[in-house]
Design a protein around this ligand. Structure first.
Ligand SMILES: Cc1ncc(C[n+]2csc(CCOP(=O)(O)OP(=O)(O)O)c2C)c(N)n1
Ligand SMILES: [Mg+2]
Length: 332
């Protein structure tokens, strides 16, 4: 770890960019801490999967995505969604099942989507987003243009079939998609290494013919640099790329998981590598002051407003649930 003022030893440091990254990581952290508070408050409907400790990945990657680029997320999707440009209030309302939620309050955390910013959806089915991303990238290719699709998934997802299907399809059709494996070491309560044959995510991607790189996922500037090169290559027609980002989930698997399957000392050691602390340590004294407070105020406001919002009217119960027909008739 570096102490504050270490930025002076990195003459090429783009301070404005780092400050923007730090602000965005604080926003994600503050959103999640508020959401966890909502569990204690008993207003979150369903589970939430905190992204705490992994923020540098979403932030470093989304810095290179345009609004019209497309993103596919997971069950751990709040950070991805915010980094892609979604507003926190509809997201918070969605967590609480309220009117005005991203999906009308019907989906909850694992179904948040915001097509306005190219966020095609969280996904509660591990690895399912990988084949959806390949499909979205195929659509982009057929339509023409230079949009990029980004698909984030966990290290557990690489042990499901859609990983092979999605990467293979993307390679065969030279599709504009960046696959990002967020390797936090765990799939729920299981250490992923104990369930993974061979040399892991990047080796598998290379075996399918994708250019693949590994990166320290807790170093926002390293992620930024790696993602920048890869996304530029994809946008230029270079085909799919694979980024394997090493990180650690500082929270439990869900907001209510005490994570007793790993020693406290391990978590404490990994907390020293918190991506926010590491980014802040690159700045000089006084830089970045107030970013945390601003993020907390923004997310508290979203929380309070969402909490004060009513539930959707009963008449809307079937709206957007089925795309055709009369659900009352079709139920029989
Ligand atoms: C097809 C499928 N199998 C099992 C589950 C239950 N489940 C939810 S999250 C999870 C772990 C996923 O691990 P990883 O892909 O590494 O993502 P992480 O939770 O670490 O972000 C599991 C097994 C699921 N949601 N979908
Ligand atoms: Mg994992």
């Amino acid at each position: 770890m570096t102490s504050s003022g270490a930025g002076a030893r990195r003459p090429n440091l783009d301070r404005a960019r780092l400050l923007a990254h730090l602000a965005q990581m604080w926003r994600i952290r503050a959103f999640e801490e508020q959401a966890l508070h909502g569990l204690d408050d008993k207003i979150v409907l369903g589970a939430i999967h905190p992204y705490i400790g992994q923020e540098a990945i979403a932030v470093g990657i989304c810095a290179h995505l345009r609004r019209d680029d497309l993103l596919l997320s997971t069950h751990r999707g709040h950070g991805h969604t915010l980094a892609k440009g979604a507003e926190p209030l509809p997201m918070m309302r969605e967590l609480f099942g309220r009117e005005g939620g991203s999906c009308g309050g019907k989906g909850g955390s694992m179904h948040i989507a915001d097509f306005q910013v190219g966020m095609l959806g969280a996904n509660g089915v591990v690895a399912a987003n990988i084949v959806i991303a390949a499909g979205a990238a195929h659509a982009v290719k057929l339509k023409g243009g230079d949009q990029v699709v980004c698909c984030l998934f966990g290290d557990g997802a690489i042990n499901r079939g859609p990983f092979l299907e999605g990467l293979n399809w993307a390679k065969v059709f030279n599709l504009p998609v960046l696959f990002v494996c967020e390797d936090n070491g765990f799939a729920a309560t299981t250490r992923t290494k104990s369930m993974t044959g061979g040399d892991g995510p990047s080796a598998r991607a290379r075996a399918i013919g994708l250019a693949a790189e590994e990166v320290d996922g807790n170093d926002v500037l390293a992620v930024d640099a790696a993602a920048g090169d890869m996304i530029a290559a994809i946008r230029a027609g270079g085909g799919p790329r694979f980024l394997h980002a090493h990180t650690y989930r500082l929270s439990g698997h869900t907001g209510s998981d005490p994570a007793l399957y790993r020693p406290k000392e391990e978590v404490e050691a990994r907390r020293q590598e918190d991506p926010i602390t590491r980014a802040a340590a690159l700045l000089a004294d006084g830089e970045g002051v107030g970013l945390r407070e601003a993020a907390v105020a923004e997310m508290k406001q979203a929380y309070d407003t969402a909490k004060a919002t009513g539930f959707p009217p009963a008449a809307d119960a079937f709206r957007d649930v089925q795309d055709a027909g009369d659900p009352r008739r079709e139920a029989f």
